[in-house]
Design a protein around this ligand. Structure first.
Ligand code: FMN
Length: 309
């Protein structure tokens, strides 16, 4: 069986996705990526006030995207969000054509989304998850390696090992994510059998991203070993090294109880770093590719660097 190309599947010029990023992937960022020939993705909390209303916010973001681009764009729904069902329901009324699901079982909503004519790609981090997603009839999987920023798979598989195994295991197109920041990473992913790539950290350090300047600067300053993985026993997260993330790693390594760790983490750490710029007490998600990122660039230039190399 020959699978569709990513460009045909999404109706884009280049098989380059800007990954969903909960507080950051606004209509402006998504539209900049889509206008440059990639696929921009909107996240439901992006641009929202701390205690805002995600469904109203998502409508607002989609409205804005409609005014900013006539190119295809998608919406990311992490399935473990409390409001995921309501968010999916609201998408059905919005004439959205592409949804990227993550962090949950694709069996939940793929059929419903398909019945509304929506193309669905699902983020996976192992071969068994890829096979399961294919059995749920998703149109593509996004194989995310352990190098990626933010939440990552418990299997701890780096992209170079994960990607060809997923490509061997499924018939649907595979998009590679994790550790890709330039044309070399893009070419390597294609060589390993991917039909396209998804980038997160590289787009945080873009001009159109609403991430706080301190966070963008910290990515530029990170170097090759500037990130750390914490919460390995629950949902692992890769973030920039900071007072917060290093204290948390030390607590985890010393066998602190789940209760004391939960108390220490508290609430709102991601937003604190990413939107408020608190690089001491906040949690600044970033992948290993931070070491490759030396400049804040317009999203269109990031895409050009990727595809023209
Ligand atoms: C700040 C940040 C927030 C993220 N939030 C989400 C999210 O809400 N949903 C999701 O599916 N992936 C999320 N991701 C993962 C990205 O969509 C993407 O797959 C990942 O960043 C790719 O790896 P890279 O950072 O090495 O490019 C996030 C990544 C970052 C850096």
């Amino acid at each position: 069986m020959t699978s569709k190309s990513i460009c045909d599947l999404f109706g884009v010029r280049y098989p380059v996705l800007q990954g969903g990023m909960l507080w950051l992937a606004t209509a402006e960022l998504a539209a900049a990526v889509s206008n440059a020939g990639g696929l921009g993705i909107i996240s439901p909390y992006a641009g929202m006030k701390e205690n805002g209303h995600p469904i109203r916010n998502l409508h607002l973001q989609i409205d804005r995207a409609r005014n900013l681009t006539n190119k295809p764009y998608g919406v990311n729904i992490p399935l473990d969000l409390h409001a995921s069902g309501l968010l999916i329901d609201s998408l059905l009324k919005e004439n959205i054509k592409i949804v990227i699901t993550a962090a949950g079982d694709p069996r939940l909503y793929t059929e419903l989304l398909h019945s509304a004519g929506i193309c669905v790609a699902h983020v996976i981090s192992s071969v068994s998850q890829a096979r399961h997603a294919e059995s749920c009839k998703v149109d593509a999987v996004i194989a995310e390696g352990f190098e990626a920023g933010g939440r990552i798979g418990r299997e701890e598989l780096p992209l170079f090992s994960l990607l060809p195994q997923v490509v061997n295991a499924v018939y649907i197109p595979v998009i590679a994510a994790g550790g890709i920041a330039d044309g070399r990473g893009f070419a390597a992913a294609l060589a390993l059998g991917a039909g396209g790539v998804q980038l997160g950290t590289r787009f945080v350090a873009s001009e159109e991203c609403i991430a706080h300047h301190n966070y963008k600067q910290a990515i530029l300053d990170a170097g090759d070993s500037g990130t750390v993985v914490t919460r390995r026993s629950s949902i692992p997260i890769r973030s920039l090294k900071s007072d917060f993330s290093m204290k948390l790693a030390a607590m985890e390594n010393s066998g602190a109880s789940g209760e004391s760790i939960g108390k220490f983490i508290g609430r709102g750490r991601a937003r604190k770093a990413q939107i408020d710029g608190d690089m001491t007490d906040g949690d600044a998600y970033a992948g290993c590719s931070a070491g490759l990122i030396k400049e804040i660039l317009p999203a269109a230039v990031i895409i050009e660097i990727l595809v023209k190399a």
